[in-house]
Design a binder for this molecule. Structure first.
Ligand SMILES: [Zn+2]
Ligand SMILES: [Zn+2]
Length: 356
């Protein structure tokens, strides 16, 4: 069974230095924790396959020095011979900036870059993606019932820290079932991000942001980004659950996951509870999305408000898709397509999600 050596974490369950993982088949994986933005940590992984060593995730331009320090550490501590320039491939788990922002460095080193085909467009046409996504976020927030000035503020926040990235064309576009090094299969798990992938290395699974040890990965509605949304995410959790039996999960943030089935169950339960809270809020009285968000998260502001709106938006969209919610003020929405819909909980005779 897979083992971990030298794992150290802080009080918040964040790894604070490199650790060595040995899979059941003897493949060595190194957990390399780096800062991607001030106060934001990402786990990069060196999979030291003797025939095809690869790096899973890049961090950002702010991660390079810490990655170099981690590589020095694993060389000194664990005798790792592989250097960054020796890598056969650099794989990006999904197109969120904290995972791919630093990819340009590896391109300059001449290393092949891979990402799922649904996320390749973000790297190739980053400026286009940023503009279109900003527009879709603005439409979403307006229809959520936010004031125009607040929408502008949140869209500005959405765009910060993202303008340094230069477009990159990936060398390889991954699909579900492809294998890395001809051996390690990938699983496409859309939801948190359209092109999200996990990789199985023997009895260890690299779960990226699909499954994390403490937090539940952020959700956004499909109305902002196709292939995201709760329907896709929950189905992808089932997909991971049915993929195989793993001794250890390694997420792109936080601590290793020792009980993957249990953690999937906790994550599903978390979302079921949040769906119930939304239904309760809209049973009391019809509410628009901003009112639901502030009911569930009364004290959020700034970037946290944007995350909360997206999260609640994904839940409301899911409940509306499955007809647990209906729109109360249809005449208002018919007269102005950007007007905020007020959602009301429907009394149903069936409950396919078991939320009653
Ligand atoms: Zn992410
Ligand atoms: Zn992340």
């Amino acid at each position: 069974m897979a083992t971990i050596s030298d794992y150290k974490s802080n009080g918040k369950g964040q790894p604070i230095g490199p650790a060595e993982i040995r899979t059941e088949g003897g493949t060595l994986i190194y957990l390399l924790p780096v800062q991607s933005f001030p106060g934001h940590l990402n786990n990069l992984f060196l999979v030291d396959d003797p025939d095809h060593p690869f790096l899973f995730d890049c961090g950002t331009h702010l991660s390079h020095d810490q990655l170099d320090a981690c590589m020095d550490f694993v060389r000194a501590e664990f005798g790792v011979k592989t250097r960054l320039q020796d890598l056969s491939e650099v794989i990006v788990s999904h197109a969120h900036i904290d995972h791919f922002g630093g990819a340009g460095r590896f391109r300059e080193m001449g290393l092949p870059l891979s990402i799922h085909e649904l996320d390749a467009r973000v790297l190739e046409g980053f400026r286009e993606r940023l503009i279109i996504a900003s527009r879709d976020v603005a439409v979403f927030l307006r229809r959520a019932g936010m004031e125009p000035a607040a929408v502008t503020d949140l869209v500005d926040i959405y765009q910060t820290e993202k303008d340094y990235f230069q477009d990159l064309e990936p060398d390889r576009r991954l699909r579900n079932g492809d294998r890395i090094a001809g051996r390690w299969p990938i699983l496409h798990v859309p939801g948190h991000c359209p092109g999200m992938i996990c990789i199985a290395i023997d009895d260890v699974v690299l779960t990226a942001d699909h499954l994390l040890s403490r937090i539940t990965p952020a959700q956004r509605p499909q109305s902002i980004t196709p292939f995201t949304g709760l329907e896709n995410y929950l189905r992808s959790l089932d997909k991971l659950k049915g993929w195989g039996t793993f001794a250890l999960g390694l997420g792109a943030h936080e601590a290793p996951i020792r009980q993957i089935g249990q953690r999937i169950f906790e994550t599903q339960t978390h979302h079921a509870n949040r769906l119930r809270l939304v239904l309760e809020a809209c049973r009391e009285r019809p509410r628009n999305l901003t009112e639901i968000t502030l009911h569930l998260f009364p004290h959020v502001a700034g970037f946290s408000l944007l995350l909360a709106q997206s999260e609640v938006g994904a839940h409301v969209e899911y409940l509306h898709e499955l007809r647990y919610l209906a729109i109360e003020n249809l005449d208002v929405v018919a007269a102005d397509y950007d007007a905020a819909a007020d959602y009301r909980t429907i009394v149903r005779s069936t409950d396919p999600l078991g939320l009653a």
